[in-house]
Design a protein around this ligand. Structure first.
Ligand code: FE
Length: 138
């Protein structure tokens, strides 16, 4: 492996290709940075065990063991499966500064990360349900 080349097998598609694969709602959130309304997503209160994968490309993102109830109305995690699975970008929209979280493989917009999470990381990955697909264990 060449130095500086990511080990992640990147996925890049045109907007037209993503529109074909995703539902209109998924396209709006994952490819246009929209946010699903709070308390509406299917995983907000989900307690099943498994791996939450990227709805766009299938990359494994969050383990259910790192999921907790933040009360925000969106599924929340205190860490990704591995730091390499997500990338971060400063987001200046909505008159505030937030840290956007994206899938490192396909650049899907997942949500945002905040520093008011529980121990041990103190982080709150606030993720749109519609950007995720849970692969249940067992
Ligand atoms: Fe992805």
């Amino acid at each position: 492996m060449e130095w500086g080349i990511s080990m992640i097998d990147r996925i890049q598609k045109s907007d037209a290709e993503w529109r074909e694969i995703l539902s209109p709602e998924q396209y709006q959130v994952c490819r246009c940075d929209n946010t699903e309304a709070p308390h509406t997503g299917k995983y907000t209160h989900c307690k099943e065990t498994g791996i939450y994968t990227c709805a766009c490309c299938g990359q494994e993102l969050f383990d259910s063991s790192a999921k907790y109830d933040s009360g925000s109305g969106w599924p929340s995690y205190w860490q990704p499966i591995d730091a390499s699975k997500v990338s971060e970008k400063t987001d200046y929209t909505n008159s505030t500064t937030r840290t956007e979280v994206l899938c490192s493989r396909c650049d899907a917009h997942l949500g945002h990360v905040f520093s008011d999470g529980p121990k041990p990381t103190g982080l709150r990955y606030c993720i749109n349900s519609i950007a995720l697909e849970l692969k249940e264990r067992g």
